[in-house]
Ligand binder design. Structure first.
Ligand code: 4AD
Ligand code: MG
Length: 477
């Protein structure tokens, strides 16, 4: 008999048919009821075994964590709490699990503990729900862009360029660490390295996406990116997945419209397709927040918050307007911010972003036209000579979720910006070629996929929405 996934069995109202299931035991009660979970859905299938007729050795091996394959008849459940159950006729324990040493017990474990056993945390309700949602969200992103006629581009992971000019990169080399070859000046001679030049893991696929957009019109990347910044926060990873669309013949307005439409589409898609997971995650969050003081609890429950985001226009305002609000707001005047906003030009910290979104506007916010000095070299200069056509989207509980801009398409202005920011134009001549040959208005953005999944699942830490988080001091598994 072919194995059925538990999701299929629970999704129909048909009964009195034979089925075969396989999965892992969550609990075994009264020597009679097995809760079997196969990860296809949150709900476990109840298997009812006949203790009297069963081999006692076999019964002993039905323990939490054991892998079993069972055959039987699907019937309406007599008990409360479930609709279906399987009257078990054949049962095999294919992988035993010693309950004395199996780290997961049928009780609530702390997120920190589960991070330490990340290889097993997929087997909890919370993490199976998170990773199903993550998968649905990834699919929704591909679906959204495909329906819009975007070309999915695989930008390189190993590169010689530092897209953001931020300089916080992981080096890629095959030179011996002990005594690498050196140049006459005594520096490491990367000319003798694998690629014949210095290389690193990409921090962003944007520059390559721009090259492709100036031929294919609309492209997007969706892949891992790497940043060697020593940021120990709940929103930073050293390895994170980013979605980067890039559009030719598009300005900042078009860029913002696309970003807003995409976020709403993906959130709505998950709400429609992972309802059970979201209900579970919503209750998990409610439980978690019970231990927090009232003012730190969310004002809306998880699904209401998601619906609110889908149903309302995001607020759009300039950096300059935001600074005015922040300068005059209570937490700034009462010196409650860690970084006080004193003047125009200040870089916004997450406390400021969250104030705007959570306290002031109570809606997602798109901030535009940032001072050029706090943004990357490729952003289009405004006529004021002070600000650039940048946009950041700020989300409740998260802060910055999207960063993007209209790109500087004018060769001379771009070159002088690069000079100002000490970016060697010779090494970037491939990038400048797009401005030399058929340049045009274009724009794009980067969405941090982990932050989006954090928002949708309500998980407090980005380390809990990626299977194996890479953070300073940790690359386990
Ligand atoms: O704002 P960022 O640095 O922008 C870029 O990389 C541009 N090249 C994007 C573009 O215009 N194509 O990063 C974009 C987004 C951020 O808004 C944030 O959501 C996420 O990537 N992000 C991180 N997520 C997790 N861990 C980190 N260390 C992150 N750094 C950025
Ligand atoms: Mg940014």
């Amino acid at each position: 008999m072919k194995r059925s996934k538990i999701k299929e069995i629970l999704s129909t109202d048909s009964f009195e048919y034979k089925a075969k299931v396989a999965g892992w035991v969550r609990t075994f009660r009264n020597n009679q009821f097995i809760a079997l979970n196969d990860g296809s859905v949150l709900t476990s299938l109840q298997l009812v075994v006949d203790f009297e007729s069963m081999d006692k050795e076999l019964i002993k091996n039905i323990t939490t964590g054991a892998a079993i394959i069972a055959e039987g008849t699907i019937v309406p459940s007599q008990g409360r709490g479930q609709t279906h159950e399987m009257k078990c006729e054949k049962l095999e324990v294919v992988g035993t699990s010693d309950p004395e040493v199996y780290p997961l017990q049928p009780k609530r474990h702390s997120m920190e503990f589960l991070r330490d056993i990340a290889h097993l945390r997929f087997r909890t309700n919370t993490f199976s729900a998170v990773f199903r949602v993550r998968s649905t969200a990834a699919y929704a992103i591909h679906k959204f862009f495909t329906e819009k006629g975007f070309v999915y581009l695989h930008s390189p992971i190993i590169t010689g360029s530092d897209a953001e000019g931020a300089g916080e990169m992981f080096r890629v080399t095959t030179l011996p660490p002990q005594n690498p070859p050196t140049t006459e000046e005594g520096a490491v001679d990367y000319g003798q390295d694998f690629f014949g030049s210095e290389t690193n893991l990409t921090v962003s696929g944007q520059l390559e996406a721009e090259l492709a957009a100036l031929a294919l019109s609309d492209v997007y990347t969706f892949g891992p990116t790497f940043r060697a910044e020593n940021s120990n926060t709940t929103r930073h990873l050293a390895e994170f997945w980013m979605i980067e669309p890039e559009m030719a013949f598009c300005d900042l307005e078009g860029d913002m419209d696309l970003a807003e439409e995409m976020l709403k589409y993906v959130i709505a898609y998950v709400m429609k397709n992972n309802e059970e997971d979201l209900i579970f995650l919503e209750n998990r969050l409610l439980q978690e927040e019970k231990s927090k003081p009232q003012h730190l609890r969310s004002e809306m429950n998880l699904r209401d918050k998601l619906a609110f985001c889908v149903d309302n226009d995001f607020v759009r305002l300039s950096y300059t307007e935001a600074i005015d609000i922040l300068k005059n707001c209570k937490p700034n005047k009462k010196k409650k911010f860690q970084y006080l906003i004193e003047e125009w030009g200040a870089d916004l910290q997450s406390e400021h972003e969250r104030f705007l979104v959570e306290k002031h506007f109570k809606k997602p916010v798109i901030l535009i036209d940032y001072p050029k000095d706090i943004k990357a070299f490729y952003m289009r200069m405004n006529d004021d000579g002070k600000t650039v056509r940048a946009m950041d989207i700020l989300f409740p509980g998260i802060g910055e979720i999207v960063g993007g801009s209209q790109r500087e398409e004018r060769l001379e202005i771009l070159k002088s910006r690069m000079e100002e920011m000490h970016i060697p134009a010779e090494e970037m001549s491939w990038y400048l070629d797009t401005r030399r040959f058929g340049t045009c208005e274009h724009a794009g953005f980067g969405l941090g996929f982990g932050r989006l999944v954090q928002f949708i699942t309500g998980m407090g830490n980005i380390r809990d929405v990626i299977p194996f988080p890479r953070t300073p001091g940790n690359a386990k598994f």
